[in-house]
Design a protein around this ligand. Structure first.
Ligand SMILES: [Zn+2]
Length: 68
């Protein structure tokens, strides 16, 4: 997980896999179980933001149809 800070105190949350900027995070941004979708590597990253602490967890891949 990468966070790129900007001059105005906000930051960009970047995809932990490819580094693409996904969304902007303000100093007071809060979200819980936010599914951030990376269009580049087509993966979903579940993000929790509480104040300045940002947690990301891999979301399991969607079940493949007909896998059974
Ligand atoms: Zn990515």
């Amino acid at each position: 997980m990468k966070i790129k800070s900007t001059a105005d105190g906000s930051a960009w949350f970047c995809c932990p896999f490819c580094g693409r900027k996904l969304f902007k995070v303000m100093q007071r941004t809060q979200c819980r179980d936010f599914p951030a979708w990376c269009r580049k590597c087509k993966r979903e990253i579940i993000v929790n933001i509480d104040g300045k602490a940002i947690f990301a967890a891999d979301a399991p891949c969607a079940p493949q149809a007909g896998a059974s």
